[in-house]
Write a protein that binds this ligand. Structure first.
Ligand SMILES: [Zn+2]
Length: 431
């Protein structure tokens, strides 16, 4: 893969040329072979560290690149070596005189902000001078999309009017991937990386929740620091002077919802990307999950007719029939708090073990996650978290660490409840 870029008055354009050794993938294809990023007009590409520029490029093209990635400008030897060690691919050329980036003094942390509940919780845990960076997707004129950025832009403007340091950076980089989306799951960090020296940034946070970081919304608990994601991307970011600052990494979606609900930002946080500025779409999976979760936290039981409506939506049925269910721990938490009579919800409670699984730990902070933050911010963030949430005791930590759907899947009980849920969903009328 050959990468080229040029920049005029803050408009950075990338071109990607595929080489014979770039291999196609089955799960995602390369869509567009170019993209643009609208940085501030006085942003100067000459002042960006080449390792940072390389890392930003990698987040856009990594899944499509073969064994050699060629840049117009050399990277540091250490960046080259670390990339080769963690990916078995090469990034070239190497500039032997280049030393890795050091964050400037003074510096502030960045947040790759999405406007959703989880990244709003992250914002509430970070220092007030944090730099908030929102990647605004440019939608090509000929494209039809359900994506709606109104709510997120409104949130950005509210934060800006409060005096927060907010950058809204437009880009169409998500169209490099087909289907449209981030080629690497943390590609929404590209604007913050490119702004790292412009805005004096020393780290990057996302609203990554424990459900993803420690996989407790997936098959089996895994220590984030042992995972490939951290050992590849985390280390490369660290070498580029932008270490991960996973402030919500030890907090489940239940906890992030609690934090946001009890804050002044409860009205601006919106996880649904399909509604308008005033209203979530009330049909997507996020609306289903976050909506029912909010209900639990408000101690209200969803009505029979509300559940009837949710279970009649074909994509909700489909998601609930999958294994694991997306964010299965949160569905377990929701079902654990359901004592009503809706037949599908009762089957869902059995299937997700809402009747037997301990779920209280999902409301609390998993303290070992403090190691996912740069030392500089640990004290501040811990203080903020413990203002909002209780800390898991050792028994609860154990419950989180023993999350394991692989074992559950092999039981007769799972087979029985999965089949019963499937029948209940299949026979429930679709609208
Ligand atoms: Zn929605």
């Amino acid at each position: 893969m050959q990468i080229e870029y040029r920049c005029t008055k803050g408009l950075l354009k990338f071109h990607f040329r595929l080489q014979h050794d770039d291999l196609p993938r089955s799960d995602m294809k390369m869509g567009e072979t170019s993209c643009e990023i609208h940085l501030p007009p006085d942003w100067d590409i000459e002042k960006v560290h080449p390792d940072v520029l390389a890392l930003a490029s990698l987040l856009i093209i990594y899944p499509f690149a073969g064994p050699r990635i060629l840049l117009p400008q050399g990277v540091s030897q250490r960046f080259h070596d670390l990339f080769r060690r963690t990916t078995k691919k090469e990034i070239l050329p190497v500039d032997p005189n280049l030393t890795p980036r050091q964050a400037p003094h003074p510096s502030v942390p960045a947040l790759a902000y999405s406007g959703g509940v989880d990244s709003t919780a992250a914002l509430l845990l970070m220092p007030a001078n944090s730099c908030i960076v929102f990647l605004e997707r440019i939608i090509p004129l000929h494209q039809k999309t359900m994506y709606n950025k109104e709510a997120a832009l409104l949130a950005c403007n509210t934060l800006r009017n409060e005096g927060r340091n907010v950058f809204i950076i437009k880009s169409n980089l998500e169209y490099v991937r087909e289907p449209v989306g981030f080629p690497v799951d943390i590609a929404n960090a590209v604007p913050a990386l490119l702004l790292s020296d412009y805005a004096g940034l020393d780290s990057i946070a996302w609203g990554t929740v424990m459900d993803s970081a420690y996989q407790v919304g997936h098959l089996k608990f895994a220590d984030y620091k042992q995972r490939l994601h951290f050992n590849r991307w985390g280390k490369l970011f660290e070498l580029a002077g932008m270490p991960f600052n996973q402030v919500t990494g030890g907090i489940c979606e239940v906890g992030t919802s609690i934090i946001v609900k009890n804050s002044a930002y409860r009205t601006i946080a919106r996880s649904c990307m399909r509604g308008t500025a005033n209203k979530p779409c009330a049909t997507c999976w996020k609306c289903f999950r976050k909506g029912l979760l909010d209900g639990v936290l408000e101690q209200s039981t969803p009505s029979y007719s509300e559940l009837d409506r949710w279970f009649s939506l074909p994509h909700i049925k489909k998601t609930l029939n999958q294994f694991p269910i997306h964010s299965e721990n949160i569905i377990a938490y929701i079902s654990a708090h359901y004592d009503g009579h809706h037949p599908v919800m009762k089957k869902l409670k059995k299937r997700t073990r809402g009747d037997t699984l301990p779920v209280k730990w999902m409301e609390k902070w998993y303290r070992p996650s403090i190691h996912l933050l740069p030392e500089k911010y640990r004290g501040f963030v811990e203080k903020q978290i413990t203002k909002h949430l209780n800390v898991m005791n050792s028994e609860e930590e154990q419950q989180a660490e023993s999350w394991n759907l692989e074992t559950y899947r092999t039981t007769d009980e799972f087979q029985k409840y999965a089949a019963e849920l499937r029948t209940a969903l299949d026979t429930h009328p679709s609208f």
